[in-house]
Ligand binder design. Structure first.
Ligand code: ATP
Ligand code: MG
Length: 259
């Protein structure tokens, strides 16, 4: 089930350093939202707060509210591990477990959540997730072979299969195509397009064409200078951000004048 995300007056710190300041954003369910902006403006930092991955760094903390369908995921008593199974994440570098089989990679998240499943159910989940990640036909005859034997693009789709196997509500992707060739990139973009029927998808990208191709809405983050916090400058329909943005900084960025 796809869910809505609302950040309200949200600040993100690494110890005393305020890395991201004052974010207010509503991310729609069943949509793709792109985060863009120059290096160091806090895209990864903010993305990682959305499933409580940020706080695994010593001294890292947040202020403000972060609501998933109205429920604050930072409320006292909320288990970060259960948040992470509801809100999955795909990283910049494909990171399948190298010695684990393709099949076990897909099931890794489910096992991590401590769920016991029968072999029949596991087979069903493996096929469904790999089909969902557009990888099934390429790997169905070698499910017991290690995940590291796949190409980079296949490994990234395996990581997407692993993240959808747990049936999350939201999938976060941090530059998921930056290590991939153009063909694999298009395969992932097609997949992202299909995924929005079922999930809330948030993707960080440095590729303007990619943001324009895959996202419904775009959030532009910027930073005033070194040591200053990153801020959300403008958030609107992707077509608006790329054609008639409200802010000069957005226009400069999307037209390649800086960043
Ligand atoms: N573990 C950390 N400890 C302290 N500061 C950090 C840490 N990770 C990131 N930062 C700082 O937080 C700020 C935002 O970094 P972040 O990685 O979120 O930027 P980004 O927008 O994702 O950049 P890029 O486009 O290069 O990936 C930067 O000033 C960075 O140096
Ligand atoms: Mg980053």
């Amino acid at each position: 089930m796809s869910k809505r995300i609302d950040a309200i007056d949200f600040n993100v710190y690494y110890s005393k350093f305020l890395a991201v300041e004052g974010v207010n954003i509503s991310i729609e369910p069943k949509s793709v939202t792109a985060f863009i902006g120059p290096s160091g403006c806090g895209k990864t930092t903010f993305l990682r707060t959305l499933n409580r991955m940020h706080e695994v760094i010593p001294g890292a903390r947040v202020e403000g509210k972060l609501l998933l369908d109205g429920d604050d995921i930072y409320a006292p008593g909320v288990d970060p591990v259960s948040v992470r199974s509801t809100i999955g994440m795909v990283f910049q570098r494909p990171n399948p477990f190298p010695t684990m089989s393709i099949r076990d990679n897909v099931l890794a998240g489910i096992r991590l959540n401590g769920k016991r499943i029968s072999k029949g159910d596991a087979d069903t989940i493996v096929e469904k997730s790999l089909r969902g990640a557009n990888l099934w036909n390429e790997v169905k005859d070698r499910l017991e072979k290690p995940g590291s034997g796949l190409s980079g693009g296949q490994q990234q789709r395996l990581c997407i299969a692993r993240s959808i196997a747990v049936e999350p509500d939201v999938i976060l992707m941090d530059e998921p195509c930056s290590a991939l060739d153009p063909i694999s990139t298009l395969a992932i973009e097609d997949l992202i397009n299909e995924m929005k029927d079922q999930y809330t998808v948030v993707i960080v990208t440095h590729n303007m064409q990619q943001a324009a191709r895959v996202s419904d809405k775009t959030a532009f983050f910027n930073i005033a200078g070194t040591g200053k916090p990153g801020k959300l400058i403008e958030y609107a329909e992707t077509s608006t951000i790329f054609s008639t943005p409200r802010e000069k900084a957005t226009e400069d960025y999307v037209s390649g004048r800086f960043g």
